[in-house]
Design a protein. Structure first.
Length: 101
C-alpha cells in the first residue's frame, strides 16, 4: 500500500481531485497540512470516506454507521469539510505553496 505520512496516496489523489479540481497541479503534501485544521469528527469522516487511512473508500451512509452518526449529520459535516477546504484562504495557501516550489 502506497502511503505518504500514513495517508493512502490513492485516497489523497481522489480528495485533491474532488476538492481542488480546476486549480491545476496541487501538491498533496500541502493538502495534508490543511487537514490539520479539521475537527476530529471531520477528520474521521474525510479519512473514512476517501479511504485515506486504509485505501477502502466508503459511502457517507456507511461512514455514518461506523461513527454512530445520523446520515444527515454526516452529509452536513461532509459539506462543511468541503466548504472549509475550498475556502479562499485555503486555496490561496495551495496556490502560494505551488509558487514557492
Amino acid at each position: 500500500m502506497k502511503t505518504r505520512n500514513g495517508i493512502s496516496v490513492e485516497g489523497l489523489d481522489c480528495l485533491v481531485k474532488t476538492v481542488y479540481d480546476g486549480i491545476g497541479n496541487v501538491d498533496p503534501i500541502l493538502v495534508t497540512k490543511l487537514l490539520h485544521n479539521l475537527t476530529p469528527r471531520q477528520h474521521d469522516i474525510l479519512f473514512l470516506h476517501f479511504g485515506l487511512g486504509d485505501r477502502n473508500r466508503r459511502d457517507l451512509g456507511t461512514v455514518a454507521k461506523m461513527l454512530g452518526l445520523t446520515p444527515r449529520k454526516t452529509v452536513d459535516s461532509y459539506a462543511s469539510i468541503i466548504r472549509k477546504l475550498r475556502h479562499p484562504t485555503r486555496v490561496q495557501e495551495i496556490i502560494k505553496g505551488r509558487k514557492e516550489d
